[in-house]
Design a protein around this ligand. Sequence first.
Ligand code: ADP
Length: 588
Amino acid sequence: MNMEKNSLRYLWSYVRIFKYFFLLIIFLTLLSQICGQFYPYFLAKIYDTAAKASQDADVWERIFAYAFWALALGLGKVLLFEATMFIDVRFFPQARTIVIRDAFDYVNRHSISYFNNEMSGNISNKVSQLNNGVLEFFNFFQNIAYSSLHLFVTVLILGFINLWFLLALSVWLLLVAAIGLFMGRKRSQYSKETSTQQSIANGMIVDSLANYSEIKSFANFKFERYNLLRYLRLLRKAETREQKIRALIHLSLNLITVISMLLFMFLSILMLKFGQINTVSFIYANTLFMTIAPIVFEITWMSNNVSRTLGQLDSALSTIAVEPEIVDMSGARKLQAKKCSIVFDNVSFAYKGKDNLFNGLNLEIKPGEKVGLVGTSGAGKSTFIKLVSRYYDINEGSIKINGVDIRSFTQDSLHQNIATIPQDVCLFNRTLFDNIRYGKTGASEAEVVAAAKKASADEFIRAFPNGYQTKVGERGVVLSGGERQRIAIARAILKNAPILIFDEATSALDSRSEKHIQKSLKVLMKNKTVIAVAHRLSTLREMDRIVVFEHGRIVEQGTHLGLLRRKGRYAKLYKMQSDGFVGITDKA
Ligand code: ADP
């Protein structure tokens, strides 16, 4: 699925989906307007006939006949219009569902770097702008169909009464439309600015709230507030400019309407005086014009509003509908493997706008081998593991799994074959049970509990009053770093992927937690190809090989003991930390 970047084309893609709905609405509205605009004709006939009542005896019969027609047409207009409302009841909620579903699907195609660059508050704000925009447009479409058909039918009737009316109306319509269009452009410019500022301010609020613990620990509430106020000031300025032009447009359009109505009356008086029209036509034409003068005003006003909606849609689409950075190649196949080798073959990689981090990097990891990555911070360990999952595309060389470039696999199948335990384990605000089952969404209760047992998590989970049904994030349910890791390990055990990537937290664990994690990792790593950014001695000792990184290069490789004996970089790094790498409890 592709998403149109241009707001009009984007809207068109949805209009096409609901074309029958739109046609039905247009049809019913046209009928309703025909009824509505013939109704005043019979009123005019009633006034005219009633005025001559003293000269004609059987006049009352005719008056009742006219009144009957007026009643039928009036009722027809109302009922046909109300029918469209009942159609909306079904249609609008359906349209909302489809628009949000599509936006959600598309956003999920973006690469990790997209999510890193865009604040999540900003993204969700843009998604709501999209669905509000489409619904507002559909609403606009209905109103504009109603008003334009009203205008169309009326102009036809007035033209039929007298061609001078048609000529005068055409000039008048062109003039009003030109003024409306010009003002609409101006307003759209300002509204785009307002919506951009609004997104920035919203993103700022979400960013602050998401990091509330930092704000508290740095006692920086005032700083955050100051920052937010700065953005709010910009938003206020943009909004004031927009509201000002809005008020100006409203004023001009209202003035134009009143003046036009008076001018039309003068024109028709002149025509009556010179015998161009009779009394019935005079009353009918003026009644009709009184209904369309505000309608033209409404159409221009609505067009102005829709240009605002289009402005907002454009701004939302410019964030959401960008091309995903990483896409599956055409004909990409599924990676299906029980055992995986991983090879970095002459890999060069640079983050956007930065110098190369890796230059011709080579590393071969055999199926089932366990490799620990070690090095000072910024050496490239995390980047290395991100590249295996293809979170970024490399610039040169290739990364191969079982001899095949990972770019020829679908990203989904690649990720299905890699279980990752990140440094900071993120848990969904769902139950512990659901969080573990995330590794295999169709897992049975017994499977979930078995995985939790293997991850040494069962015991602490059962200690909560609600056990597995405890909701993470509920007040009082706070998991320690070690406990979160064990949930992540249980999840990875359920996933049972042939490749395991483990980014070990640098923080020290208490010895009990460490023992639990060590035990569960052992279960998890069995028969898997493992790449671990390792800090703890307990983990390092489990590794078949340790690879030492420095400035994006591999400077040493070997086993833990072999490297210590060599007294090179690894031994130095190891010594630098008095207790091993991180709070190690047992000595080498
Ligand atoms: P390590 O995991 O060894 O601490 P990283 O792989 O995280 O090192 O970082 C290697 C280098 O790449 C660092 O200089 C870091 O600043 C840079 N870097 C990491 N992530 C990004 C990113 N998303 N965009 C730009 N540069 C990055």
